[in-house]
Each structure stands twice: as C-alpha cells, then as structure tokens.
Write a protein that binds this ligand. Sequence first.
Ligand SMILES: O=C(O)CCC(=O)C(=O)O
Ligand SMILES: [Fe+2]
Length: 285
Amino acid sequence: MVQRHREYRQKIISHYQPVHKELYTMQAAQFFVPSFLKAINENTEDSFRSIMAEPAPGIYTFEMLQPYFCELLLSEVETFERWVIETNFRIMRPNTMNRYGCVLDDFGLETMLDKLMEDFIRPMSRVFFPEVGGSTLDSHHGFVVEYGTDKDSELGFHVDDSEVTLNVCLGKQFSGGELFFRGIRCDKHVNSETQSEEIFDYSHVPGHAVLHRGRNRHGARATTSGCRVNLLLWCRSSVFRELKKYQKDSSNWCGECQREKKERQRQSIAATKLELLKRDGKPTS
Ligand SMILES: O=C(O)CCC(=O)C(=O)O
Ligand SMILES: [Fe+2]
C-alpha cells in the first residue's frame, strides 16, 4: 500500500470511534447462518454444493449472513458516514464508479475481512475457481456500495479488479437493483460479444451472497425505490497475477479464448477430414 493511503487510514482509525466493536473481530457464529457455517466446517465440494445454487456456470448463490450482522454493519456504516460529514473528512469512495458507499478496510475492518477471505471464501474458491488462483487468494478490497433514488442509481457494465468477488446484500428495502452477468473475459476480449448461455440476471436478497469470478462481466440495474446496500469483497491472488504475466493462454478461463480455441480445433478437424476424403477418393494404382 502506498504511504499516502497508509496515512489516510491511520488518520481515520485514530479519530473514528467504532460503535459496534463486535464487528471488528470474526465472530462466525454471530455473523453467519448455521447452514453456511456447517458447509465451511465440512469443507468439501459436496457440502458447499448442498447450500448453493449455480444458476449459471461459475456463478454461485447461497444464504450467508444473519440479519443481526447485516443490521450491525449497516448501522456502523451509517455512523461512519455521519462522522465523515460532521468532521468534513475527505473520504475516498470504493472505486471510480461509485459516488456513495465506503471502504470498510479504511476504518478498521481489514483484519475481520481478511479472516472472512482466508477462512470462508478461499476454501470455496479453491474448489470452484482453481484456474484463477482460487486457492491462493491473499489480499482483498472490502467495501459497501449504496444505491437509492437519492444516491447512485445503477452501476455500469464492468469487470472487477479481483480474481473472485463476494457480493452480499445487507438490505435494506428496495426494488430493482438486479445484477446482470455477461460472461468471463480476459483483458484482450473484455468487449467481445456475449453468447446466449452467458446471459444471467440475478435479484438480490438480503443476507444472500453471490460468488463469481471478478472477470465475469457484470453491472447492476437501477434501484428504483428504497435503498440497497451491498457488501463487496474483491479477493485477489498475487500468485495468479504473477503467473498471468508469463502465460499468454487464457483459454482455461476466458469464454472468448475458449470459443476461439474450439473453433480452431473444429476447422483443423474439418480440414483433416477433407484431406482424408480426397486421398481415399483417388483410385489406387
Ligand atoms: O451493486 C452490485 O450489487 C454490484 C456491485 C459491483 O459489481 C462492484 O462493486 O464491483
Ligand atoms: Fe463488480
């Protein structure tokens, strides 16, 4: 982390008084629903699948957070944002796309979110996303996004700066705000066409999580009434990023690389068949 950002965090942490101290250390039994805890404890593909739906390839949804935890986190975020306004603090938003929301890592939740990644998200990613560094996730960017008629309304089409993204709805009451997914792409193919089987729309449910590859292109539709707040954990693997520099082939995860590779194989087989036909067709002397 650059020095300036370290100082920024220090300044917040030394002045902001947390209200819900119990949020700042991992208290799994209070945070998560029993079914999620059980699956994580068993730590097998079968146990994960037993609590999940996979409504589109590589997109997993499951019930995760207790209402109690959602309320506490919403309340902490509101308190932090009031503090920001009262003290006239120049806050940094989660990314260039948001005018609202805040970075949880900046006001003391980094350690708890690291534990969330290491003990809960990495075990699942090891099973479901091995080809993008799922087993070696080692850093994160944790934040909340907020939408409403008086806030940001929607979120444009993008890929995350993450290998694996956890997106959990915290509440409150809202309509609209659906996520739309349009397939996994490498840098080179990020703007290529969508295949029909890659189209998937998802409606957020408070307490429920969506787990997807960061490179699965997506956006969020307008929240048309009420207020929607979601917790985002962008999980990264330094190992995967290092290896990626030396590997040109992304066909084990990019949908378009895969399609191109299949197309080349199809053409090569067709050419071979034609060649064999020609040869067999010739009379032998
Ligand atoms: O609004 C949402 O649920 C999606 C947020 C998102 O994709 C992001 O912040 O990267
Ligand atoms: Fe995103």
